[in-house]
Design a protein around this ligand. Structure first.
Ligand code: ZN
Length: 254
């Protein structure tokens, strides 16, 4: 037997969670100095999950590492559209208009983050606490003017965080949460605050994600369309099948 290689990176950290989640596809983590946040791409065909992390990220934020694995679980159980965003092949990815609409779909499909958080809290409740705390602290620390460049991300992130706190029943965030809300009001404006509140209430009441595609896909589509509507995006994203894969089709909002 060859000597066991000295491992580096997030593999060791992920292993117990891969086991606990019962993942069957191969998990391939990479550390990429060119990315600023973790992301995952799952393939039904190759039965692989490729997860990339900024250097040191998985080690510093265990909740983010398990978050990506939870996307992997939803990929295997339901469909990879619960891990990554795919569009129709006919879209031209170099078209700036498409890229703008794709960005809106990225934000509109954030309900998936609510369901990932639900699932992750059943894996280990401490991860939910870490997740909520990390997000609130991050927004607390970003200077207000810088936050203005992250409007959609902050407003929808607020809503996801708001829902996560209430759906998992974790306590003790009232003061921090209202400070972040005040910051949103001050730097992003009253409308942004109202959208964040409305989305937060909608996410709090979202049904649990059914673990089969026939129910989960229509619910995901509906929640994404409702998010686009509340956020005021001029698009209507729907899920369609293309070559046996679920992909987003972007139409203009009525
Ligand atoms: Zn996610």
């Amino acid at each position: 037997m060859p000597p066991r290689q000295e491992r580096q990176g997030p593999e060791q950290l992920l292993e117990p969670y891969i086991h606990q989640l019962g993942l069957k596809w191969k998990v391939i983590p990479t550390v990429d100095p060119n990315v600023d946040r973790p992301s995952i791409a799952s393939s039904k065909v190759s039965q692989e999950h490729h997860i990339s992390f900024p250097p040191g990220h998985a080690e510093a934020f265990r909740c983010d590492a398990v978050h990506e694995l939870t996307h992997a679980k939803l990929s295997e159980t339901i469909d990879p559209i619960f891990a990554s965003i795919y569009f129709q092949r006919s879209e031209d990815i170099n078209d700036p208009a498409f890229r703008q609409r794709a960005q809106m779909v990225y934000y509109a499909q954030m309900p998936v983050e609510v369901w990932v958080a639900d699932y992750m809290s059943t894996v280990d409740r401490r991860l939910a606490v870490e997740d909520v705390t990390t997000w609130l602290q991050a927004v607390d620390q970003i200077p207000g003017p810088e936050l203005q460049r992250l409007t959609a991300e902050t407003v929808i992130g607020y809503a996801v965080n708001y829902a996560q706190i209430r759906r998992t029943g974790i306590r003790g965030y009232d003061r921090q949460e209202s400070r972040v809300r005040q910051k949103i009001k001050t730097f992003l404006g009253r409308d942004a605050d109202q959208i964040g509140r409305q989305l937060g209430r909608y996410y709090r009441e979202l049904p649990q994600l059914p673990m089969d595609p026939t129910q989960a896909i229509p619910l995901f589509e509906q929640a994404t369309q409702e998010t686009a509507r509340i956020a005021g995006f001029p698009i209507k994203p729907s899920l369609v099948q293309e070559e046996n894969h679920w992909v987003w089709k972007i139409e203009d909002a009525a």
